[in-house]
Design a protein around this ligand. Structure first.
Ligand code: ADP
Ligand code: ASP
Ligand code: MG
Length: 404
């Protein structure tokens, strides 16, 4: 079998853990598998590198930031390869560019545009383990880019797709995908399997256990994928196409995201083209907008509010202040102490009243809802950040997601 095994930061946080990873990889090689390992930066290295840059300047150049952050993964690939050598296992480390991973030029949230797998295939053919750096690639202008926080998962799935691997295993510090973040809810239940669509929603709505783009690519290229622990042999969670009849649960899981900011524009002119001006200008700066609310019109004026990630807030405010006169807004406000809580489940489309039940559970906790958005398989509410953990816990109980 050809396996891609991705080990996250906590799985390679120190030399002992790196040796454990190497032993696990060696076992697969001894069973006769070909293995590509994809690794993240050790422990909190990426956060530490960001902190280092911010000690020099509050607004580091995006290009230099990606150059800096990509070094974290480069340390890991060399150390994992050395550990494999020590165990008598042939291994070759490769940066993203060496592994043939090309991306667009959007620093900090680049998308993979292609993978030339020749060099990886050559090394696998020579009997070596390939140890590739997650989270990075090279743009058409030969600049190093990174794929966004958590992006090593996406590297792993993209490499698995390019090599037509039999399985992509995401090894992390929990046993699989749970009904909510185990750090927030004590009695979470592990899911044996979950559909791509539900996993994509959970990941996009804040469940950091998988990078959303990784799930998207797994679905697009039909890459079989499992999330499991690097600390034990438990079976983990399969991400796969799930038959409609198997999707009995109304709510499969709860996600939360504390990286939420809101911007509001008051008394904007109510005429065609205003919303397109605002959101095209934000898109031109690569700012992702999440929820959008436009209020009722009063005397040719209305209010528009939207959410974005807190990381993008200052850039978004700059764009909005630049447009304030053009769109005739009387005022602009913003808030950054917000969070989003979401329920996700493919079954909810057939059951009326799920959203109402969510609102009632939050109301009973005295939690105020600032914004709401829904789709066929999720309902999200923006709440005060201080309330979000309580919101997740109460919804987990209300929808009876605990271990039975
Ligand atoms: P890695 O460094 O291995 O990529 P991450 O920290 O990115 O690990 O992801 C694993 C973490 O995801 C877990 O420790 C857990 O706290 C968090 N998490 C959030 N939501 C979920 C969920 N629904 N199921 C499992 N883990 C979750
Ligand atoms: N090291 C990067 C991060 O911390 C990428 C990853 O871990 O997936 O976000
Ligand atoms: Mg991760």
């Amino acid at each position: 079998m050809l396996l891609v095994k991705k080990f996250g930061g906590s799985s390679v946080a120190d030399p002992e853990r790196i040796i454990r990873v190497a032993s696990r990889v060696k076992k697969a090689v001894e069973r006769g598998d070909q293995v590509v390992v994809v690794v993240s930066a050790m422990g909190d290295t990426t956060d530490d590198l960001i902190g280092l840059a911010l000690r020099l300047t509050p607004c580091p150049s995006a290009r230099e930031m990606d150059m800096l952050l990509s070094t974290g993964e480069q340390v890991s690939i060399a150390l994992v390869s050395m550990a494999l050598h020590q165990l008598g296992c042939g291994a070759v480390s490769m940066t993203g560019p060496q592994a043939g991973i090309t991306t667009d030029g959007v620093y900090a949230k680049a998308q993979i545009t292609g993978i030339n797998p020749e060099r990886m295939q050559r090394e696998l053919g020579n009997g070596n383990v390939v140890v590739g750096a997650g989270f990075q690639g090279i743009s058409a202008s030969a600049d190093i880019t990174t794929l966004g926080r958590g992006g090593s998962d996406t590297t792993a799935v993209a490499v698995a797709a390019a090599l037509k691997a039999d399985l992509c295993e995401i090894y992390t510090d929990v046993d699989g995908v749970y009904t909510a973040d185990p750090r927030v809810v004590p009695d979470v239940r592990k899911l044996e399997q979950i559909s791509h669509d539900e996993m994509l929603e959970l990941a996009s709505l804040g469940a950091v256990v998988l990078h959303p783009r990784a799930v998207e690519l797994a679905k697009l290229y039909g890459v079989p994928m499992v999330v499991r622990s690097s600390f034990n042999e438990n079976p983990g969670t399969l991400i796969k196409e799930v038959d409609k009849l198997e999707q009995a649960a109304v709510v499969t899981g709860i996600a939360h995201d504390t990286n939420v900011a809101k911007i509001g524009l008051f008394d904007v002119q109510d005429e065609p083209g205003i919303a397109s001006r605002i959101f095209l200008a934000l898109a031109a700066e690569n700012i992702n907008v999440d929820m959008i609310i436009q209020g009722a019109t009063r005397g040719g004026r209305n209010d528009i509010a939207f959410t974005t990630s807190r990381d993008d807030l200052s850039k978004a405010l700059e764009v909005i202040h630049g447009l304030q006169d053009v769109v005739g807004a009387e005022g602009v406000c913003h808030a950054e102490d917000l969070a989003k809580v979401s329920i996700v489940g493919a079954g909810m489309v057939s059951f009326p009243g799920v959203a109402a039940e969510m609102f009632r559970a939050l109301a009973e906790e005295g939690i105020n809802i600032e914004m709401i958005s829904t789709s066929e398989i999720k309902v999200s509410c923006v709440v005060d950040r201080k309330d979000v953990e309580r919101a997740v816990q109460s919804l987990h109980a209300r929808f009876e997601l605990h271990e039975v």
